[in-house]
Design a binder for this molecule. Structure first.
Ligand code: MIC
Ligand code: SF4
Length: 620
């Protein structure tokens, strides 16, 4: 029997496999960081005392905190640039673009593994990379040349047949999949796309689909590297990086689905979850206040071209605030040259910086109770910066058609126009290759990493919060303009833990000396931000008891010495809990309710060692 693409990518990188725990370790060829997670990752890396990164390529991007309201973000950027130069990392300066978009254009390579301290790193699966999101500490370890451990993923095969109809795009495909599989559907799985329909999708369209595999909770998503991939690499003057990598025809999958692209309709993820998906036709008529086009999901040339061709010669409705953030400087130059920018300007759009911007709540928060249509990938409560806003995730065509009408409008059947432009390699005006001459510069907001004591096999304390299902890292550790400047200052950022849903959380933890979090299913879905683990740990959290965890967050908890326990226990605020654990099991005693629950612990040997040490940093 032949091999599927995922098996091929894993087989060339596998270092070891533990059949008992199902954990594999793989070699990481390349790494990616962005500024909001990068400062911690590099502080951690520097702590290892290694002279130079040991990967074949590591790139540090600045794209999240570009607002610079105060000296803090700018200090972070300077720190990141000097660290990059000192340790052999390529630096992509603020203004060069969103990490995943720039990576695709400038640094992607089929067949390689990529570990990134951002959950949307799998975007690069659109060109046949095995790209995985992880916490900063895991990326720091990969930069130190260590293999990455993960649960051996199951492989889901999605066969694409047919072709998309006019007005329907790749975004609608992944939204359709999210509606079916949900935000829990991809945990510890790789989603692999194959079939004749694949050929009809460009690399950026494939990248859009892989990008939102993160919202499925998937370890990664992959498309084959075929002639379409070659053409893409040629268009960015990197044809020499092409390598054909495809599944064997007789390979099989753990789960199988078939999607007829011709039957997909424009879709929208309704507030407040990417899997709350409906057909746009069911939502038509809802009044729209804001339309934002951009983010690592839909900021490529083709996305902007589709939106511009709907908007060309028309004006956005007077009650709609329309803004566009191109994904990279290269795309900004291309849209300027091809007339796309003119179409946007003529429609009354604000052109934003090439960065994450409003996707991570850095500006453009909608008004009270507003309806905001975004081509982004996440609509978690409060992420836009406005708790009462209703955020819908849509395709560029739906965004543009709705901006004109001022109401949600289906673009089905709308033909889009080509705005031809010469192939554009972009330039490296904002890319800096290491010269090994800089001294690392640390501003006053960059604080040393906190130290945590080893464990004695017990986690005790009061329940400090009880939560339901699908708690996101945006609930745990909000982002946005107020909080992001403190990503390198754990003491300060810890004041904001759960602040959007429970304003008293950090004070309560301080009053009772930390304790235990009790939650439902899929705890920690969303971002890779390890701050959602370090900051609670700093506040004294010792264990999270949840019915299930999202992959990246579970690893982050372990890395910072918080015990993740999979159990369904009923507890109330301030109940006194004691957890006594060994390698394989935990006994949870709710002393207040006089209840004892024994559960198996889903930890590898390595994870257990990390928890007992009080976190991975104590092992180095
Ligand atoms: C996000 O989209 O939530 C982010 C901001 O890109 C995060 C990383 C972070 O919190 O810095 C992610 O997706 O990992
Ligand atoms: Fe940036 Fe948004 Fe993409 Fe995260 S999801 S990397 S914040 S554009």
């Amino acid at each position: 029997m032949g091999k599927n693409l995922t098996e091929k990518l894993l087989e060339t990188h596998i270092v070891s496999e533990d059949e008992k725990s199902g954990v594999i370790r793989i070699k990481i060829d390349r790494t990616l960081t962005q500024d909001a997670t990068g400062t911690m990752a590099y502080l951690e890396f520097m702590g290892f005392g290694i002279d130079k990164v040991r990967t074949e390529l590591s790139v540090s991007y600045v794209d999240h905190n570009t607002l610079q309201n105060g000296f803090m973000n700018a200090d972070d950027h300077r720190f990141l640039q000097t660290v990059a130069d000192r340790y052999g990392i390529v630096f992509s300066k603020a203004g060069n673009g969103i990490c995943h978009q720039v990576n695709l254009e400038r640094f992607s390579r089929p067949g390689k593994t990529l570990l990134g301290s951002d959950s949307h790193t799998p975007t690069a699966g659109g060109i046949g990379m095995l790209a995985i999101g992880a916490g900063g500490l895991d990326v720091a370890c990969a930069m130190a040349g260590l293999p990455f451990s993960l649960v051996k993923p199951k492989v889901v095969g999605i066969k694409l047949v047919g072709a998309l109809r006019a007005g329907v795009s790749a975004k609608d495909v992944i939204l359709y999949i999210l509606g079916k599989l949900t935000t829990k559907g991809g945990v510890n799985k790789v989603i692999e796309y194959y079939g004749d329909g694949v050929k009809t999708l460009s690399v950026p369209e494939r990248a859009t689909i892989c990008n939102m595999g993160a919202e499925l909770g998937a370890t990664s998503s992959v498309f084959p590297s075929d002639e379409v991939a070659r053409e893409f690499l040629k268009s960015v003057s990197r044809e020499e990086d092409y390598e054909k990598i495809e599944r064997d025809e007789d390979s099989v999958y753990d789960e199988n689905y078939v999607i007829d692209l011709g039957k997909i309709e424009p879709m929208a993820a309704c507030p407040d979850s990417p899997d709350n998906v409906k057909k746009v036709s069911e939502l038509e008529g809802i009044k729209v206040d804001q339309v934002l086009i951009g983010s690592c999901t839909n900021s490529g040339y083709g996305d902007l071209e589709k939106a511009a061709s709907v908007l060309k010669g028309k004006r956005a409705h007077k009650s709609v605030s329309l803004a566009v953030a191109p994904g990279s400087r290269r795309i900004l130059k291309m849209i300027a040259e091809s007339g796309i920018e003119d179409a946007f300007l003529g429609a009354g759009a604000r052109i934003l910086e090439t960065a994450c911007g409003p996707c991570i709540g850095m500006g453009l928060s909608p008004s009270t109770n507003a309806v905001s249509l975004r081509t982004f990938n996440r609509n978690f409560l409060g992420r836009s910066g406005t708790m009462s806003a209703g955020v819908y995730l849509v395709s560029p065509e739906t965004a543009a058609a709705s901006a004109i009408a001022g109401r949600i409008t289906s673009p089905l059947g709308v033909k889009t126009e080509k705005f031809p432009v010469r192939d554009f390699a972009g330039d490296d005006a904002l890319v800096f290759f290491p010269t090994y001459t800089e001294e690392v510069v640390m501003g006053p907001n960059i604080k040393p990493l906190p130290k945590f004591p080893p464990s004695d096999g017990k986690a005790e304390g009061k329940v400090v919060i009880t939560l339901g299902d699908d708690i996101t890292t945006d609930h745990i550790m909000p982002a946005g303009a107020k909080v992001l400047p403190y990503r390198s200052n754990i003491e300060k950022i810890s004041e904001f833990v759960f602040s959007n849903i429970d304003a008293g959380f950090s004070e309560r933890c301080k009053a009772v000396g930390g304790g235990i979090i009790v939650a439902g299913k899929n705890y920690g879905q969303g971002s890779s931000r390890e701050h959602a683990a370090i900051a609670p740990r700093y506040l004294g959290i010792r264990a999270v008891i949840a019915q299930s965890f999202a992959r990246i967050h579970k690893k982050n908890l372990i890395n910072f010495g918080i015990l993740p326990v999979e159990a369904d226990v009923k507890a109330d605020l301030f109940d006194e809990i004691s957890i006594v654990f060994d390698k394989t099991s935990a006994v949870i005693t709710n002393k207040t309710k006089n209840q004892i629950t024994e559960v198996p612990l889903d930890l590898s040997e390595e994870d257990y060692g990390i928890i007992m040490a009080g976190g991975l940093l104590n092992i180095f």
